[in-house]
Design a protein around this ligand. Structure first.
Ligand code: ADP
Ligand code: ADP
Length: 234
């Protein structure tokens, strides 16, 4: 099944005398269960692409379809619902809420807008287990290492069982040990839980955990590499 279909996507910022083409006829797709890296130099259009998939930016032309839904058809409230129910986000800076415990941070996507699902505690236990956070649920973000904080963010991204996880430089604030550990967890979620992940990164080591890497340049598709042979399981 196809989770993301980007078709002839073009985004032009600005007006007549000051136009910037951020995305230029970009096309690619991502199938369910893939862990895809998006790489490209600064200014290639990676953030614009993420923002378009997140319905924060609207395209100038072309189309994005996520889990069968054409994003351009959405009203404001449908966009908000789509972001909440279909997407999970992992950011470079974690974006955890300092006043909430780890448990409350993880479940926030489900408690923020009622009704709260009956299986909240089961889901919390499941994702805390999958990300090795069982012993930290009553702590606060500042009491965790940076790597642990990013695992909390990953659990939060997963808790609503989204169709797609969007990760934006998820290892950008981590040292190499914590980065490796996070990427091992993401690989485990991808391989064992069949989670589909699209990860923007400029770091080749980080991208090496993906099953496929798409390179974009000047807003256009440039090349891609697909891993041959099995991926390491931990
Ligand atoms: P629109 O055409 O959608 O109105 P604008 O070109 O007016 O968009 O810019 C929207 C916002 O992005 C403005 O706040 C502007 O300052 C900012 N911006 C402008 N140029 C750049 C750029 N090269 N990179 C990042 N942000 C920019
Ligand atoms: P990347 O994330 O790969 O560095 P971006 O998507 O941020 O690339 O930017 C792609 C191009 O679009 C760049 O030339 C950037 O300056 C421009 N750009 C991004 N956002 C805006 C904006 N809001 N207004 C005007 N230009 C923008």
């Amino acid at each position: 099944m196809r989770v993301v279909d980007v078709a002839h996507l073009t985004k032009i910022y600005g007006h007549r005398l000051n136009r910037v083409t951020a995305l230029n006829d970009l096309s690619f797709h991502i199938d369910a269960g893939e862990f895809v890296g998006i790489m490209g130099p600064s200014g290639a259009g990676k953030s614009t692409l993420l923002n378009t998939i997140a319905t924060i930016d609207t395209p100038t032309s072309g189309e994005v379809i996520v889990a069968g839904q054409s994003l351009s058809q959405f009203s404001e409230s449908e966009s908000a619902r789509y972001r909440r129910e279909q997407l999970g986000f992992i950011f470079q800076e974690f974006n955890l809420i300092p006043d909430l415990t780890v448990a409350d941070n993880i479940t926030l996507p489900l408690t923020f807008v009622p009704p709260v699902p009956d299986d909240l505690d089961t889901r919390l236990a499941r994702f805390a287990h999958l990300l090795g956070l069982e012993s930290m649920l009553t702590r606060y973000p500042e009491q965790l290492s940076l790597g642990q904080r990013q695992r909390v963010a990953a659990a939060r991204a997963m808790i609503s069982n989204p169709a797609l996880i969007l990760a934006d430089e998820p290892t950008g604030s981590l040292d190499s040990m914590a980065a490796t550990e996070l990427l091992q967890y993401l690989t485990k979620l991808n391989l064992e839980e069949d989670v589909t992940i699209m990860m923007v990164t400029h770091d080749a080591f980080t991208a090496s955990f993906c099953n496929r890497i798409i390179f974009i340049r000047d807003g256009s598709y440039f090349a891609e590499v697909t891993r041959r042979g099995p991926r390491q399981q931990f």
